[in-house]
Design a binder for this molecule. Structure first.
Ligand SMILES: [Zn+2]
Length: 456
């Protein structure tokens, strides 16, 4: 089928123009892989995701480019590592440059393109709207008890499905859901989970202190505090509830997209921009502060016509998303893409080449292999990691990790990566209203006057 699509001869012979498959890309904000049923979560938080996973390739070792929203999304859209794109590690202060993006490539191939995002960090000022005919970044919702601007799954799904009614084919639709991002306030009907602790978390039944800062080191960060709730288990239960709520939106989206594209003419890729600390290393309900597996191991699911379903334990990364999607619709990836087209080795039954992939928040960088990671703390102290230090770990497919002797090859690859420097492309400073929204989402310290939107 792909050979047919890329051959002009076949098109002329058949007398009818072949259209390429449409593409649905879904990115979930702040969604740990281990909080989906398909990845082993013990409660029914993700029936729609899990049903789709039965039809596709589920990657068990997928690593995010960053534990921050904007850098990870920039990598997804460009197949460049964080040090190689102009957003770098910043979360709202920099813009994507004029280079190649997934949407630009598909738009040039005649795709109708639309994006629906739900987090203030992804608003058009950071340049991810490049190549999209429709870029819907309206954020009409506020959490019921605080000034948090975002868009809940229901609203984002309504908009995306509405666009599909009139969309021409083929289309490229990117939908970003923000619900698992704190504060964890799903609708009441979703308060029904028990808040089981992730693998590797010791007993944590003591009440947590409330912190006056956004980072959750040994306590509840200020933007996450919910009334009188002080137990980790209560917050984890509500985080699970957000995922269940989001999954209902996903189910409705999939129905709409499959009806619009035709199931045989649709490529679907689902992932998350990063995970969330739920107590690991003493950090609670926050992300963006490190590059460890609870923050950087993400779900990755690919569903495409003719692609056999199954699970892959190969090491994959956000950089692989652009080449994978383009390959599945018969379009060449640009030479500068850093990732691999994953469907080819899956179909051929061949292993991926041995490689090291990178997770990067600027202040900290990690290089991952299939079972090891090596971490460099470049700026500021973090728990037991002083500035300038290096540490090595073993990690398992369930996301748990422990200290290990350094692997010299991975360590050396990390040092080489750290040397790489693409200049940041600074965006205009956020206006008053944007600053308020970023603060409400925990991206600015509550008392900070300076516009430093990547504080979180
Ligand atoms: Zn995010």
């Amino acid at each position: 089928m792909l050979a047919l699509l890329s051959s002009g001869c076949d098109r002329r012979e058949s007398g009818e123009p072949q259209i390429r498959p449409s593409i649905l890309l879904v990115t979930f904000d702040t969604l740990r892989a281990d909080h989906l049923g398909a990845y082993g979560y013990p409660e029914p938080v993700s029936p729609h995701f899990d049903a789709l996973a039965e039809r596709g390739v589920l990657y068990e070792r997928a690593i995010a480019a960053s534990s921050r929203t904007a850098p990870s999304h920039a990598t997804i859209m460009t197949s460049r590592y964080v040090r190689d794109h102009s957003i770098r590690h910043h979360n709202g202060a920099t813009r994507l440059g004029d280079g190649t993006t997934l949407a630009r490539i598909l738009s040039a191939q005649g795709y109708a393109t639309a994006a629906f995002v739900s987090n203030a960090v992804l608003q058009r000022r950071i340049g991810l709207d490049a190549g999209f005919e429709v870029f819907d970044d309206e954020l009409p919702d506020r959490e019921y008890n605080r000034r948090v601007y975002e868009r809940h799954a229901r609203g984002t799904t309504d908009r995306a499905v509405g666009w599909l009614y009139a969309a021409k084919r083929p289309f490229f639709l990117w939908v970003h859901y923000n619900d698992p991002h704190g504060p964890y306030t799903p609708p009441r009907a979703y308060w029904r989970f028990s808040g089981v602790a992730p693998a590797g978390i010791e007993a944590d039944g003591e009440p947590l202190p409330v912190l006056d800062r956004q980072r959750g080191w040994r306590g509840i960060p200020s933007y996450q505090v919910l009334g009188s709730l002080r137990l980790a288990r209560q917050y984890r239960a509500l985080y699970a509830g957000e995922i269940r709520y989001l999954d209902d939106g996903l189910g409705r989206l999939l129905e709409g997209v499959e009806a619009a594209a035709g199931a045989e003419q649709l490529v679907i890729l689902l992932t998350a921009d990063h995970g969330e600390s739920l107590g690991e290393g003493g950090f609670f309900f926050s992300h963006g502060h490190a590059t460890t597996p609870e923050l950087c191991r993400v779900p990755l699911l690919v569903v495409a016509p003719g692609l056999d379903a199954g699970r892959s334990s190969a090491l994959v990364h956000h950089v692989d998303i652009l080449p994978t999607l383009l390959d599945l619709v018969g379009v060449d990836a640009p030479a500068e893409a850093a990732g691999l087209a994953l469907a080819r080795p899956w179909r051929a039954g061949t292993p991926l080449p041995d490689r090291v992939v990178f997770a990067d928040i600027g202040a900290e960088v990690a290089a991952y292999s299939e079972d090891r990671f090596h971490r460099a703390r470049l700026v500021g102290d973090l728990g037991s990691m002083p500035e300038g230090s290096r540490a090595s770990y073993r990690w398992k497919v369930d996301g748990t990790w422990s200290e290990a002797p350094p692997d010299p090859v991975i360590a050396e690859r990390l040092e080489t990566y750290i040397e790489r420097e693409t200049p940041e492309n600074w965006a205009p400073e956020p206006g008053e209203e944007d600053q308020e929204r970023l603060r409400a989402l925990g991206y600015l310290e509550p008392t900070g006057d300076a516009p430093a939107p990547d504080a979180h």
